[in-house]
Design a protein around this ligand. Structure first.
Ligand code: ATP
Length: 287
């Protein structure tokens, strides 16, 4: 499913003295099955943009096209409801939205809300909990007995059980320990590949962007500054510094080696040997 953002302007408190233009005539496209990262300094408009992609906020001007559904200034709830079925959103700290007395019931909530029967919702919940490695004997337990990382996984299972074609994740690793951080990031990559869905990640962690995203969109002051392959944008140290973003460790490392005379033609991010080495280094740091 394609998402096309066309001349999107988003103004908070329009027509009041507190009016603030958060997005200014932004145009871009998200293609099916790709892994995107939206980056930019604090206040650049990332959260506002993603909330437009599933109809949480409607445009002040312009449109967002989700498949054959159009979100505009006056779009009706019926259409927004349709969009939400296709575009799932994992908010920051999704575990705060857990509420049911058992893990299984919590994950069933989304599919039930979409109109599936109890049996269908249960089948979906079991499928995604198993996929996340939650043992069947734990399904009847309270989600509130779990650790923060595990609670987050249950909350993510609840979104996956709605089987969205596009999954938006907003700072999914905030507050997690290093081991859970890796587990959650690996999970999104796995589901993108296994179910061929689009992932749109908002994060300040440039190491994660470098490792997982295919494409990057860089925002500043409500506008799209650059978009393109991750290698092109995240190896541009000047650009990242200008936008108050970290330079990924692997880029720093590669550029340091280059300065010492060991030259790579490009950052060899896709070579198996390099990725294996990087992961060993990263996992050792997480212990
Ligand atoms: N509810 C709101 N009311 C008024 N202004 C808002 C509101 N939400 C966001 N803004 C403003 O809109 C601009 C864009 O905010 P947004 O949260 O989209 O940025 P962001 O890039 O996601 O920032 P962060 O990295 O801190 O999450 C900022 O200037 C912000 O202060």
């Amino acid at each position: 499913m394609n998402i096309t953002v066309d001349g999107l302007t988003s103004i908070y408190h329009a027509g009041t003295p507190f009016e603030h233009i958060a997005l200014d005539h932004l145009t871009t496209t998200f293609e099916p099955g790709k892994y995107y990262a939206i980056i930019g300094r604090t206040g650049s408009g990332k959260s506002t943009l993603i909330q437009h992609l599933n109809g949480l906020i409607l445009p002040t001007e312009g449109e967002v096209q989700v498949g054959d559904l159009t979100l505009g200034k006056k779009t009706k709830q019926r259409i927004i409801h349709q969009v939400k079925k296709h575009v799932g959103m994992v908010f920051q700290f999704p575990e705060h939205q857990l509420f049911d007395e058992t893990i299984l019931k919590d994950v069933m909530f989304g599919p039930l809300n979409m109109g599936f029967t109890e049996a269908e919702a249960q089948a979906r919940a079991e499928k995604y909990l198993s996929l996340l490695g939650v043992p069947e004997r734990a399904f009847g337990r309270s989600p509130f007995d779990l650790s923060g990382g595990q609670m987050r996984k249950i909350a993510i299972a609840g979104i996956l059980a709605m089987e969205p074609e596009v999954l938006i994740v907003d700072e999914p690793t905030a507050g997690l320990d290093p081991k859970s951080h890796i587990e959650v990031m690996e999970l999104f990559k796995r589901i993108q590949q296994e179910f061929d869905i689009t992932i749109i990640l908002v994060t300040h962690d440039m190491n994660d962007v470098f490792e997982y995203a295919d494409e990057v969109k860089l925002l500043a002051a409500g506008g799209l500054i650059r978009e393109g392959p991750t290698e092109d944008i995240l190896t541009d140290e000047l650009l990242l510094t200008d936008h108050h973003l970290e330079i990924p460790d692997i880029v720093k490392l590669t550029h340091d080696l280059e300065r010492k005379g060991i030259v790579f033609e490009t950052v060899p991010r896709n070579t198996e040997a390099f990725i294996t080495l990087y992961r060993e280094w990263r996992d050792a740091r997480a212990q």
